[in-house]
Design a protein. Structure first.
Length: 93
């Protein structure tokens, strides 16, 4: 993959909530049981954005490095539509 971490993150965050589950099944190293539990949480009211951030962090870490993705505190902020935080290596908070 030659995509930058920023580009990968943006593209993964833009997939539909429905398609996200297929991405988890095909691309994640999580067990099907873990994916099903996460899906139940989302159906129970948890924001699907949280799951997309987890997926994006996992995929970016695989193709680049764990340090290439957003820091955990920034990942929550970057997933917000109004957030301008795009710090990939350091947290801006």
């Amino acid at each position: 993959m030659s995509e930058s971490p920023d580009s990968m993150f943006g593209k993964l965050m833009s997939i539909s909530d429905t398609l996200m589950w297929r991405y988890f099944e095909l691309l994640s190293f999580r067990s099907l049981e873990d994916i099903a539990a996460l899906r139940q949480e989302i159906e129970g009211g948890r924001n699907p954005r949280d799951a997309k951030v987890m997926l994006a962090q996992e995929i970016i870490a695989r193709f680049h490095s764990a340090k290439a993705g957003p820091a955990p505190c920034c990942a929550r902020r970057c997933a917000m539509p109004t957030c301008s935080c795009r710090a990939w290596t350091t947290c801006s908070t």
